[in-house]
Design a protein around this ligand. Structure first.
Ligand code: ATP
Ligand code: MG
Length: 431
């Protein structure tokens, strides 16, 4: 290994020689003294070359260095209160490992603003900015804490196929692909497969994986490829998995606050830990709130973005919408026995948008077949799924949360594309 330390692992009193690796963030030549600021993943290091005492060759290399070139610097540590982390490196060796062309396709110092499209076009460069990197550090913490939480709660992590023969629930547009001599699709949700594993007796499963939606929309909260965090659990009802969800959200926020303080600071975000239990309002109450605030919406309609905003403003914190009309929820949502026009489905909402949909599922074979037909779908296409309901399917419930929506609402970021390394939308397929 070339590197001995990250920038943050060095202390001003260190006596031994160190080697740091990173990018030439800034070069300032003041004649008698030359500063090279090197940036690694963790922070900045000031490398100082005194003209009087420094080796001529080293000085030449640094003076000719182009910004954003990759360098390895070996040297000794000197206390310097004005430098980042209180020390500077006096170099004994400077190696250029990767030269950068100029001009650069975008600024990495944060001094010049670039629009999102430019940033996404040269994402490799954009991610060098501490601001952008902080977003993906927080994403990492979110996913890590989800795995921690669910593992502790007895959930097994599974992965299910993304190439499938049939649609999950009809309705939503799918991306067709060529699978040898047949047509196949990119899966829009792990729904059917995670339910199969309830019949399989795995009892509690979760998956963090991609979902593909071929919807044409061009909004700030929709992607054509998103990351879904899904759970499914046997012998639990809708309310039980809502409790898991709200506890998980609170846990994630707490972990991010605890482990991500540096990144939150870089992003200028002050986290407010959501209080549990989240408020529960019924779908009917949600419609009433929207209508009272002037939205043109009828009982039985899906909530528009405007209605979501209006209701979100009224409630002002994370909340659940429960007891949805069976007609507008997928066939696998379980209708109430005594009022089958409503079902045991819920959405979990941030004031800005929907974060999650879930439900207790239909687990009777006959009812499921009827529900598939009632929604205008052909049960023949669901043969592989329906079969599992004939040979001992436990009652079960689950939900799916969009990872990007969780991240963007936590950080107060406006456009979902900003929290995806390489977003896929109506226009963007590269990089
Ligand atoms: P919306 O109505 O907001 O388009 P949805 O109800 O179609 O979402 P679901 O099928 O319920 O979405 O998927 C569960 C969760 O997955 C959503 O609550 C959301 O967080 C996330 N999700 C779904 N579709 C997308 C998408 N196109 N882009 C980003 N996240 C998505
Ligand atoms: Mg939904």
């Amino acid at each position: 290994m070339i590197r001995t330390h990250y920038s943050t692992q060095i202390t001003p009193d260190m006596k031994e020689s160190v080697t740091i690796c990173g990018w030439a963030h800034e070069i300032r030549d003041l004649g008698g003294i030359t500063f090279l600021v090197v940036r690694d993943r963790e922070g900045l290091v000031q490398v100082t070359l005194f003209k009087k005492t420094i080796d001529k060759n080293l000085l030449e290399i640094v003076r000719n260095l182009s910004r954003e070139s990759v360098v390895a610097i070996t040297g000794t540590i000197k206390k310097e209160a004005k430098a980042p982390n209180g020390y500077e490196v006096v170099p004994t060796e400077v190696k250029v490992l990767g030269k950068a062309d100029s001009p650069l396709p975008m600024d990495t110092t944060g001094k010049v603003d670039a629009d999102l499209d430019t940033r996404l076009d040269v994402r490799f460069m954009d991610v060098r900015r501490p601001y952008t990197q902080a977003i993906f550090r927080i994403r990492h913490l979110i996913l890590k804490s989800i795995r921690e939480y669910l593992d502790n709660d007895g959930f097994l992590e599974i992965t299910t196929p993304k190439v499938v023969a049939t649609a999950t629930e009809g309705g939503t547009a799918l991306f067709p692909i060529t699978y040898f001599e047949r047509e196949a699709f990119l899966n829009q949700s792990p729904q059917l497969f995670k339910q199969l594993m309830m019949s399989g007796g795995l009892d509690r499963v979760f998956e963090i994986g991609p979902i593909f939606r071929a919807e044409e929309h061009d909004t700030r909260k929709h992607l054509n490829e998103a990351t879904s965090i899904d759970i499914e659990a046997s012998f639990l009802n809708n309310e039980d998995v809502m409790v898991i969800l709200e506890n998980l959200v609170k846990y994630i926020y707490m972990k991010v606050q605890e482990k991500g303080a540096t990144y939150l600071k870089t992003l200028g975000v002050e986290l407010k830990i959501p209080e549990i239990p989240f408020k529960r309002i019924t779908y009917s109450e949600a419609i009433e709130i929207a209508r009272k605030n002037g939205e043109k919406i009828e009982w039985g309609d899906d909530l528009s973005t405007e209605s979501e905003h209006t209701i979100g403003k009224t409630i002002g914190e994370h909340y659940f919408i429960v007891d949805w009309p069976s007609k507008i929820k997928p066939f696998y949502a379980l209708p109430y026995e005594d009022k089958p026009e409503l079902c045991r489905a819920f959405d979990m909402m941030h004031p800005r948008m929907e974060l999650s949909s879930g439900a207790q599922r239909v687990h009777s074979y006959e009812m499921l077949r009827d529900r598939i037909e009632a929604q205008g779908l052909n049960p023949d296409g669901f043969e592989f799924y329906l079969k599992a309901f004939k040979y001992g399917m436990p009652p079960h419930s689950g939900w799916g949360v969009g990872a990007e929506r969780l991240l963007m609402t936590m950080l107060g970021i406006e456009n979902i594309r900003e929290v995806v390394l390489f977003p896929r939308d109506r226009k963007r397929l590269s990089p």
